[in-house]
Design a protein around this ligand. Structure first.
Ligand code: GUN
Length: 286
């Protein structure tokens, strides 16, 4: 069997079109556009590209997007002061601080400082707790994007065995919660898991979020499984590749996401959805 390729680029376009349509309605109902403020500290090349893309994608759907670039020497106190200003600014609905931060800044103290109602990354402990309690508000964008890909691909989750490889706060843990909420039977695997290939072979739905190029080979894939590849790595040949060894894996899976063009484009699209969600909740309160 050769797998159906889940076209993340096309699905992300559909999501962005839906967002653009909703923005038009929100602007006419509330007299202002949702605002997304992205903060980048330092010059990390990948982060510069990601944050520019976030700003650009926001503006394209009619969201007021703004990128704040701070020098690498910015102190934690200075960054916290920028966040406080954005928290207090009524025209700001979403705040995203791009990770990783320079080493002298404590990531958790920065993430904790963001107003949970503006936390469009969903990384604040308040939002993580709401997701865990089954009352999700702002949920991390990458796992939400993966769920949308599974839905668009028509993958049945209720009663399915799902294995999530990776336990980060950004992807693995929230991904597991979303699959559980969709009635899958979920296992979180990680670097200490025994017999990882054997465990993965039990999965009807396999989510790879480890950050190691092509680590998930065809021998990890149950015939007919749906495979979602969250990894973005640079392979030995210098090309972008996922955590899944795509060519052999696609001969066993029933549906699979490519890298690039799978999960990647969905993350920004879901960030825009979160910005609208934050806007709507804040307008309801106002
Ligand atoms: N760095 C890599 N992925 C992400 C993300 O989803 N959000 C933020 N803020 N930084 C990141």
């Amino acid at each position: 069997m050769t797998a159906r390729i889940i076209d993340g680029k096309a699905i992300a376009k559909k999501v962005r079109d839906e967002v653009a349509e909703r923005v038009r309605g929100l602007v006419s109902a509330h007299g202002r556009a949702p605002g997304l403020d992205v903060v980048l500290v330092g010059e990390d090349a990948a982060s510069v590209v990601y944050t520019r893309n976030k700003e650009k994608a926001a503006i394209e759907v009619g969201v007021r997007g703004r990128l704040h670039r701070l020098p690498a020497e910015t102190t934690e106190a200075e960054l916290l002061s920028v966040i406080r200003k954005l928290n207090e600014d009524p025209t700001v609905d979403g705040i995203l601080v791009q990770l990783p931060l320079p080493k002298h800044i404590r990531e958790q103290s920065v993430l904790d400082a963001i107003d949970p109602d503006k936390d469009v990354d969903g990384f604040h402990p308040h939002n993580a707790g709401l997701l865990l309690s089954g009352r999700p508000h702002l949920v991390p964008c990458t796992p939400v994007g993966c769920m949308r890909l599974l839905r668009e691909a028509g993958v049945e989750l209720s009663g399915a065995r799902a294995v999530v490889v990776g336990r980060s706060n950004i992807v693995g843990k929230p991904m597991a919660q979303l699959l559980l909420a969709a009635n899958a039977t979920v296992t979180i695997a990680h670097s200490k898991t025994r017999d990882l290939p054997g465990l993965c072979r039990e999965a009807d739905v396999l989510i790879a979020a480890i950050g190691r190029a092509k680590m998930i080979g065809a021998d990890f894939v149950k015939p007919g499984a749906a495979v979602i590849d969250v990894g973005i790595n640079r392979g030995e040949d210098g090309k972008l590749c996922g955590d899944v060894d795509y060519e052999p894996a696609k001969e066993k899976a029933s549906a699979i996401t490519p890298v690039p063009g799978g999960v990647g484009p969905m993350t920004i699209a879901c960030l825009l959805e979160n910005t609208l969600r934050a806007f709507e909740k804040r307008e309801q309160k106002a």
